[in-house]
Ligand binder design. Structure first.
Ligand SMILES: [Mn+2]
Length: 399
């Protein structure tokens, strides 16, 4: 029984982050009221949307007098929008499930944070609630979560639930957290950009945002309620690429020379070997490297004739490109090898669908039609090779 609510098949609701349905609000309020101890969880390799939505939910639950723990790995908060005091207050979840699990920004088994499988999967499905905006997969955990796959961020969904659904008073700090998560995810799906041309970075709303009026509405509500000083701080924080040091810049330059392109020119791919020394020195997958890799995928896909990072030879080879994918190891202490893909015209879901049907039915991958992730849980060269080549093979077959 998968009792997730999903608006994916309702064409009328295709405009972004919908208002939280009344029934969902009541169900969540009821579940929370009944629980004494609650474990909050967000996906492994935390990003801004995951941590910021978690921090606001944790604070709300604590205010209600709940005992709250967080399923996470402290080293994953490095570089994210969280301060010293907030870090200090986080209590790491133990190995016994609480009365209730409140999950944010993921719904699939393979995204459970490292080391927390037992405590999440040991929970009763009806005691697993939360909010997420990722597509439902065969590996989606059975739960009573509210999944709105048309929402462009979980932080926006938290605003809809708490402020609009329940009338919770959000502090300026809460709103600042939500603003950060919303902008970070909207940036990834190209609804906005951070303009860095002036001294104080600002937000550019792209035309695509107008095509998703409900996602636009949620951003504008948060934006309107937040002081300029707090907004400027978030813009500055998200402007990761302007804060790179010499070593970061050299890493960034290097990876452009390592881009490969499938024979038919459709898929550009970057493979960072699990034992790559420079990748290890950069700290592997973190907000900084993930921004660098994300920016690379965006540049490759846009293939702008004036892009200073791409050579003329590359630009010529990339003229038919539909997708850009990067493969990399997640962390020194984990056996996970991962991919992130950015595409146009739903190419990411086509590739993943093709692999699951024809090459590897057990492939752990998914996310959004043009922005997805996937992983293998082993550093065995054979497994990694199979994982990487399945995408290249799929690209050659699909065209
Ligand atoms: Mn998200």
């Amino acid at each position: 029984m998968l009792s997730c609510i999903n608006n994916y098949n309702h064409p009328k609701l295709n405009f972004g982050a919908i208002k939280t349905p009344k029934k969902t609000v009541v169900d969540i309020a009821h579940n929370v009221a009944e629980a004494g101890e609650i474990q909050v969880s967000a996906h492994g390799s935390l990003d801004e949307d995951a941590i910021n939505s978690s921090l606001v939910v944790i604070k709300w639950l604590k205010k209600l007098g709940k005992k709250v723990s967080f399923c996470y790995n402290p080293e994953d908060t490095k570089g994210l929008f969280i301060n010293f005091w907030e870090k200090l207050k986080l209590k790491k979840a133990g190995n016994k499930p609480s009365d209730l699990t409140f999950s944010l920004d993921y719904n699939a088994k393979e995204r459970i944070p490292n080391g927390h499988n037992d405590v999440i999967l040991g929970q009763k499905p009806e005691k697993r609630i939360g909010l997420d905006h990722h597509d439902i997969l065969p590996s989606t955990i059975e739960s009573d979560m509210f999944i709105d796959s048309k929402a462009h961020s979980t932080c926006g969904m938290v605003y809809r639930l708490l402020k609009e659904g329940m009338g919770v008073k959000l502090s300026q700090r809460d709103l600042q957290h939500l603003y950060c998560g919303v902008l970070s995810d909207y940036n990834k799906s190209k609804l906005i950009a951070i303009d860095t041309s002036s001294k104080v970075p600002s937000v550019i709303k792209r035309p695509l945002l107008d095509e998703h009026p409900l996602s636009k509405e949620v951003l504008e509500k948060i934006e309107g309620a937040l002081s300029q000083r707090r907004k400027d701080k978030v813009h500055k924080h998200l402007n990761v690429l302007s804060k790179l040091n010499k070593e970061d810049k050299s890493f960034r330059k290097d990876i452009y020379s390592q881009i490969n392109i499938s024979q038919n020119g459709k898929l550009a791919y970057l493979v960072i070997a699990p034992d790559d020394a420079k990748w290890a020195k950069m700290g592997m997958d973190n907000p900084k490297t993930s921004t660098i890799l994300g920016d690379l995928r965006t540049r490759v896909l846009a293939n702008d004739p004036n892009d200073p990072y791409l050579s003329d030879v590359q630009k010529e080879k990339l003229k038919d490109v539909k997708g850009a994918i990067a493969f990399y190891r997640v962390a020194p202490n984990s056996e996970v090898y991962q991919m992130s893909i950015t595409t146009k015209d739903d190419y990411a879901s086509q590739l993943i669908g093709h692999i699951k049907k024809n090459i590897d039915p057990d492939l752990a991958a998914g996310g959004h039609p043009d922005r997805a992730g996937g992983r293998v849980f082993s550093l065995d060269p054979k497994k990694i090779n199979g994982f990487v080549s399945s995408f290249i093979q799929a690209a050659e077959t699909l065209g």
